[in-house]
Write a protein that binds this ligand. Structure first.
Ligand code: MG
Ligand code: MG
Length: 275
């Protein structure tokens, strides 16, 4: 059998600049949603906030209608890992909620996700979210030329495995290339080994999105056809950013500062394109 090598969409600096504009719309939408998270608010209300921010920027929600998905954000609560559908149930104090958002502007996509506690959450839930966020940034720090794609997942895995608690890493869902479509090649797994896969070349843009569980990572999709939950009922966290590989380093397109602060803390300089 012949297998043609997968062609990856390589962007020009100008195109990455356009993706930055989409990324900032996603950042704005997520900021507005996170600011509204409190006990009593519903997923549908958060969805309306995100859609309003996206549309008033002249952008379009990527998720709405995607394979029939009915909302502009995913709201995944407690044991839900990803793809939760916003509903009319009020969020309760102490739950952990993951919010995933995507927007299209001028034909280019941005995609990012955060996990936040509603009011005060338990130590175990906060630690889970923190390690997932840290794993994301360690992965993003490897989105630089000279490396290989699986360097990203290896860094994610190393960070999670380095924690005191024995967390699970979801394997069935992965990060992805992104550009003129939300989901494009290559897949970006959240586990190693490093040094495999396509070379990280300037112009490659990917979404990195670790999904980490407090218990086992085994999961199942609910009968709604979307919501992915842990089989053991344990908590899950999900953090995501869209990052461009540039000749001068990573540019985290969905982070307001381009990733400058978080990357610097890891000893990595942000792309010169970040200004
Ligand atoms: Mg996403
Ligand atoms: Mg994604």
């Amino acid at each position: 059998m012949f297998r043609r090598p997968t062609r990856l969409q390589v962007k020009t600096d100008d195109q990455i600049g356009l993706m930055r504009q989409a990324g900032l719309v996603v950042a704005d939408a997520l900021d507005a949603v996170v600011a509204a998270v409190r006990p009593g608010v519903t997923g549908k209300q958060l969805d309306a906030i995100a859609e309003e921010v996206i549309r008033s920027a002249g952008a379009t929600p990527s998720f709405l209608g995607y394979h029939g998905f009915p909302a502009s954000i995913c709201v995944s609560i407690d044991n839900a890992i990803v793809h939760g559908i916003p509903n009319d149930q009020p969020l309760h104090e102490g739950i952990l909620v993951s919010i995933d958002c995507g927007a299209i502007l001028h034909g280019w996509h941005g995609d990012a996700a955060v996990t936040v506690g509603v009011g005060q959450v338990g130590r175990g839930a906060q630690d889970l979210s923190d390690v997932t966020r840290s794993a994301l940034w360690h992965g993003l720090a490897h989105a630089r030329p000279g490396g290989r794609l699986t360097d990203i997942g290896a860094a994610v895995e190393r960070t999670v495995r380095g924690a005191v608690h024995d967390y699970g890493i979801v394997r069935e869902y992965v990060g992805h290339g992104i550009g003129t479509q939300m989901h494009m090649p290559p897949d970006v797994p959240n586990v190693g080994p490093a040094g495999k896969g396509p070379r990280l070349v300037p112009g490659l843009v990917v979404a990195v999105e670790p999904m980490v569980t407090l218990g086992a990572p085994d999961n199942v999709t609910l009968p709604d056809g979307w919501t992915v939950v842990t089989m053991d009922g344990g908590l899950a966290a999900h953090w995501e950013h869209t990052v461009a590989v540039t000749s001068t380093g990573p540019w985290v397109l969905t982070a307001r500062d381009g990733g400058r602060a978080e990357l610097a803390a890891l000893g990595v300089e942000v792309s010169a394109l970040a200004g």
